[in-house]
Design a protein around this ligand. Structure first.
Ligand SMILES: Cc1cc2nc3c(=O)[nH]c(=O)nc-3n(C[C@H](O)[C@H](O)[C@H](O)COP(=O)(O)OP(=O)(O)OC[C@H]3O[C@@H](n4cnc5c(N)ncnc54)[C@H](O)[C@@H]3O)c2cc1C
Length: 497
């Protein structure tokens, strides 16, 4: 995937997508595989908005059952099944433990009912049936879990992803099919003819160059910036979004063999403890933000809230000074009149304004493919395009042609025998790049000190950065350390080198 700005000036595109998070990426892939001419620009790095700052769950959302969002949960569970097949290197099954405590906001029978429904809604795509667990089984899966008032629990499955890399894989697949993409290109103005948008004035933030990107339709996939883009197009009226802020902590490994779904002792809200890249991800908060996208900060009170939640459940206390990293993102949720942040709808909707600008609002990461199909279907009539969606079973870049388990085992052994790499690095490379791992290793071999580790305690290699610059459009250290690799999220000192 190469950055070629000249290609944006070549004729008229069917669709220009503004925003290279998962929503824009999904639409680019759907539209280009139907044979459309597609351009996509992002003012920052790909996935540098919300799409690298999620809880990393490809899930139906067990907790949404509480609000009666059965359709949304079913749709997300179907998409979870597809992603496990279409991107097995980046999306993997994740066992969850749900401990029950006497006096919890939800009684065990309510959880069990919810889990049975969750299994049913997943249908044939279920990963494994939920099960009742004894206190002893809970303690074995979650070492150090607080036994006081523990009365049993349950296990169920969802899936874990690398959100930034999954977004990149969708973009790479779209580029392979002919989509023209660039990061660090901002939509700064709309070109109109008779009041209707006929193009986008794009500005390269690296060189300052500005040009007109001609197109037949424009999709606003700017996530939490969607309202700002509507204003740029001249739309007046109420904001369409009511974003909520979510903060996560990354703690050192805590020996958990599964993720845990827990209720916060202060307010009864659901939060997760998730093993991720050998570390422990704890989150999330869900509040109305104090600042707009791009200006979010993690507040001390938010760190304290998550540490307090964790320490309510685990005897090996987590100290605030042990926290390795933090991050905050904005959920681009639809504006509704009232209600607590966590009760805001995760539904998705599409709006077309008088200028012709089509805006994608709401939704969640897991359902990006389905949202993209809906968006492209709705544009197809206007553009008089007939071909139907092609992405249901489309393998994403990196997916091998043989079953993942076999590929993973054979390739890990093969690269270990041919290159000077340790077991953890071999596993890491195969999962990160899938069937592209051989060409990544070629670049690593050709880079000076390529086989050195970026950090002595992490499997990432220095030479990966060469591939990430040449083939994945990484421009700055943050692109390399926060999104192409994730090491900067828990080793923030790397970002200041
Ligand atoms: C804390 C948190 C946890 C979450 N956890 C989960 C989860 O576990 N599972 C799940 O399914 N979902 C989860 N979500 C929801 C999910 O992450 C979001 O729905 C999704 O990432 C939104 O993607 P997007 O592409 O719409 O927006 P973004 O990823 O924010 O992308 C928008 C892009 O538009 C670009 N842009 C803005 N203005 C312009 C312009 N003028 N020109 C060019 N580009 C522009 C931005 O730079 C940005 O990259 C979570 C969200 C949050 C905040």
């Amino acid at each position: 995937m190469r950055r070629n700005l000249e290609a944006f000036t070549d004729g008229t595109f069917d669709l220009c997508i503004i925003g290279g998070g998962i929503t824009g990426a999904g639409v680019a892939l759907d539209a280009v595989t139907r044979g459309w001419r597609v351009a996509l620009i992002d003012k920052g790095d790909f996935a540098s908005g919300t799409s690298s700052l999620s809880s990393k769950l490809v899930h139906g959302g067990l907790r949404y059952l509480e609000y009666g969002h059965f359709g949304l949960v079913h749709e997300a569970l179907v998409e979870r099944g597809r992603l496990l097949r279409n991107a097995p290197h980046l999306v993997a099954p994740l066992p969850f433990i749900l401990p029950f405590y006497r006096g919890d906001r939800l009684a065990p029978w309510q959880w069990r009912l919810g889990l049975t429904l969750y299994d049913l809604l997943a249908g044939r795509g279920n990963i494994a049936r939920s099960r009742r667990l004894t206190c002893r089984q809970i303690q074995s899966a979650l070492p150090g879990v607080n036994p006081e008032k523990l009365i049993g629990g349950a296990s169920y499955h969802d899936a874990l992803m690398d959100d930034a890399r999954l977004c990149l894989a969708v973009l790479q697949t779209a580029a392979r099919h002919g989509a023209i993409l660039a990061n660090y290109v901002e939509a700064v103005e709309f070109e109109k003819s008779g009041g209707i948008i006929a193009g986008v004035w794009a500005q390269d933030r690296l060189s300052g160059r500005r040009w007109l990107l001609r197109c037949r339709a424009v999709l606003n996939a700017a996530g939490p910036w969607a309202d700002a883009l509507c204003r740029l197009a001249g739309d007046s009226g109420e904001p369409r979004l009511q974003p909520t802020k979510g903060v996560h902590l990354i703690a050192p490994p805590r020996g958990h063999r599964a993720a845990a779904l827990l209720l916060h002792p202060c307010d009864g809200r659901v939060f997760f403890v998730i093993p991720w890249y050998g570390k422990t991800l704890i989150g999330t908060t869900d509040t109305f933000p104090e600042a707009g996208p791009g200006a979010l900060q993690v507040l001390q009170a938010e760190i304290d809230y998550l540490v307090e939640g964790y320490n309510r459940y685990f005897s090996a206390s987590l100290r605030v000074d042990e926290v390795m990293g933090t991050f905050a993102g904005l959920r681009p949720l639809l504006r509704v009149r009232s209600g607590a942040p966590s009760a805001q709808s995760r539904e998705f909707t599409l709006q077309t304004s008088a200028s012709g600008l089509v805006t994608a609002l709401g939704g969640k990461y897991t359902t990006f493919r389905q949202m993209a199909e809906t968006i492209v279907d709705s544009l197809a009539g206007r553009l008089q395009k007939r071909r139907r969606c092609q992405t249901h079973n489309l393998p994403l870049m990196g997916t091998p042609s043989i079953p993942w388990g076999i590929f993973c085992q054979d390739m890990t052994a093969s690269i270990r025998s041919r290159f000077p790499i340790a077991e953890d690095t071999a596993v890491h490379l195969v999962h990160r790049y899938g069937d592209q791992v051989e060409s990544v290793l070629e670049r690593i071999s050709g880079a000076e000190g390529g086989f050195n580790r970026v950090h002595p305690d992490e499997p990432d290699l220095v030479g990966e950065q060469r591939y990430q610059r040449e083939e994945e459009m990484a421009q700055f250290p943050a692109d390399l350390f926060l999104r192409r690799s994730r090491i900067g999220m828990f080793r923030p000192e790397l970002l200041s080198v």
